[in-house]
Design a protein around this ligand. Sequence first.
Ligand code: 6R9
Length: 631
Amino acid sequence: MLTKIENLSEYFLAYEKSIANPETFWERVANQFFWRKKWDRVVDYDFEKAEVKWFENAKLNITENMLERHLYTIGDKPAIIWEPNDPKEAGITLTYQQLFEKVCEFSNVLLNNGVKKGDRVIIYMPMIPEAAIAMMACARVGAVHSVVFAGFSSSALADRIINCEAKVVLTSDGNFRGAKSIPVKAVVDEALEKCTTIEKVIVVERTKTEVTMQAGRDLWWHEETAKAEKTHKAEVMDSEDMLFILYTSGSTGQPKGVVHTTGGYMVYTQFSFQNVFQYNSDDVYWCTADVGWITGHSYIVYGPLLAGATTVMFEGVPTYPDAGRFWEIIDKYQVNQFYTAPTAIRALQAYGLDPVLPYKLDSLKVLGSVGEPINEEAWHWYHDHIGKGKCPIVDTWWQTETGGIMISPLAGLTPTKPAYATLPLPGIRPVIVDAEGNELKGNGVEGNLCINFPWPSMIRTTYGDHQRCIDTYFSTYKGMYFTGDGVRRDEDGYYRIMGRVDDVINVSGHRMGTAEVENAINEHPLVVESAVVGYPHDIKGQGIYAYVICDAEGRTEGSLKEEIKATVNKIIGPIAKPDKIQLVTGLPKTRSGKIMRRILRKVAENDTSSLGDTSTLLNPEVVEEIIKGAQ
Ligand code: 6R9
């Protein structure tokens, strides 16, 4: 198997080599892939301009590395095991050979519908095998996919379609989520009223919900695949050709389209997958993320399939039909590596041990965590009751922008410590800086987390606005990529992520810009102004607390709050709905008119003992009112 690190001293050696000579290190890893043509240069970069190139002028198709590369050796091995929402419905297993055929077939469907290399294709789908097939078929014909989480509203979907000028939408009639069936195609129809670039919509029949099909635009997936040729020769792509765009929230304005390219992303996702999870060839691996997030891209689809792994894909939710569902699935498929989010662990922990006890969970070897800091209590519960004290936990820190896992234990190799992401992967050079950008060297330091050397799967640009990429990630600290996270390096040199230091909040592992939620709240016609902050939430990690100034116009407080929540739901989606809304007559502002969020955060955290100096405020009197009315 490709460059797998097998013990701790090998890790330290690999790390040292990757720093001393990154080109030789990554060349060795990259050499084990199938390239149509190899590179002229391994890496070239200029962080001032946010320009990064890996494997320059190399040619490849990533799907040849996920499919053809495996066919002779493991063609009959399950590639994807799909578990439906309803445990009574039969699942689907696709071997590498079968997956290859489906991807080829759908590649032809895309070509038949006018999709060309470089075109953008939106994937707005539930967790069904077709979502993974769609991603791979796009990559195979050289189209750029942009998966939009199916929980986003029509307006959020429309914004993304407009931003990337997509040509085609791939979707489904509906989405089974627990006891509910959610209309999906209807949301697409509504979004498309505002979009002018979409030529075709291809719809998977999943829930048999009634849908309207617009003649000339809307097509059924099964009808198109039935007509399509079954063989397809992959398009030859440049290493730096765009592979996908994934929209993510930042501290300002609209979500930005994070762009990942082909060669480096391929090399890094497979390398990190194999090493972090210590995947062995007969293992069954399951990541519970949704393909709408980066974790689903890199560690349900690309990383595992590049590595020739068996990857489980689950359509449903952890609590349906009961809170034992995850554990039932682990036993059913004898899952060896299980990767989930702290918010899911906390939610399931709240049900106690009864839902866990009926299951053996003895196939498990490795447990993973991603998306937010894992608190010690959840870490111990996961370790003791799910891993039965024998499975290492890999607490993996990374971001949409990093493309792959950056700081994490290698399962079973790196000694773990609860709540610590531990050590950087080979090739990753974290630096900690203070507010002025001075590097804090040595151990026992805390500050802002930056990375000062490129890695293969890093962000290349923000779609359609390169300046925004420079401003957001490469301008705060000169010559470094700034992550937006705070971090502590302890006495042993272990990293502990302390959470965001910018105006981004992390709700159930989902990134949310406070400005984005405020913009949505402000769309309500009676809202004058709003300010959103995060506060500690037992299950979600952080909850959304909104302070809103509005003109009640005879409405009750309760109905106003419901209307505001509905507005956010419509503009972004249910994940952005405020948990708490406090109606206020003013917001604490500095003399220059900036909202003092520090005060609002303290009130939301119910910690008003140390508000600091409020006398410099333009309107100190509102602070008292805000404290009194706190939720
Ligand atoms: C992969 C993913 C990124 C932000 C990141 C950080 C937080 C992710 C974490 C973690 C502590 C971990 N985060 N993993 N914090 N420990 N193991 O989640 O990407 O959705 O872009 O979020 O999530 O704050 O900056 P993304």
